[in-house]
Design a protein around this ligand. Sequence first.
Ligand code: GLV
Length: 313
Amino acid sequence: VNILLSGQWRADDQAAWQQALQAALPAHRVLVSRGEVADAAIAAAIVANPAPAALAGLPGLRLIQSLWAGVERLLADPTLPADVPIARMVDPAMNQAMAETALWATLSLHRGFPAYARQQADACWQPLPQRRADEVPVLVLGGGQMGGTAAEALARQGYPVTVWRRSAAGRSPDGCRAIAGMPALRAALPQAQVVINLLPLTPQTAGLIDYGFLAALPPDAGLVNLARGAHVVDADLLAALDAGALGHAVLDVFQTEPLPADHRYWRHPRVTVLPHAAAMTDHRSAAAMAARNIEALAQGAPLAHLVARDAGY
Ligand code: GLV
């Protein structure tokens, strides 16, 4: 089949994706622009946050495969063809990378390494009390591919892990306590020493992490946002850190990316900034995952990891 590759990326990135995808799909043709074949001959699109309207007017389109795990920007395009199935990227290599970042951030917060970094800046020699992992409850927001993988890795490390889902559906990750719904979340916050956000961004989860949320945590707790910047109300997070209502924040994602040079997060002593690098897409494994769905489409087999448009993920 003919596959349109569409995204907003640098030319070298586009070339790398085309190469990886064409190698994974030798029987098919990966195009980087419309016009190389008739619009009606394009059966699938592989996309990474394509420009608005990039997929409009493709009458033969039968699958939109995202190279991103989070599809909220794709879904926000009003010209997105209404009845074409959308699949999000689910890649075990990305799940593993995300679990590594969640582990690093949790170990770091648990053992006080951000505090030691602040002390080093002041040439201050001061050992801090050492807690055991089983004394550091971790709350993971989101029990999907990434939340579940991270939660299981944390539980294996000895942390008491609670996994929160907004709605009750789904299996509970091994070794973790599963909870669902807003009342259960409110009840869990005062116990959580580390909160790791791995929720999808939907109208229901945007702004979830506001002042009330943060103030309900113990004052020395840490927040780790690995999902989307819009889950957090930035002014509330800064206010909570400044008021001593929260100990530290590890942030990988922001409302505006790249994070503007004058943003307070960059220089805040209680914030660790990462450049949306918690789990970068691996061209080879993501291309292989996308190729699997394209082959399924070509053979009329069931498609994997389809997005429920009304749920938003
Ligand atoms: C990255 O943030 C993704 O959604 O894949």
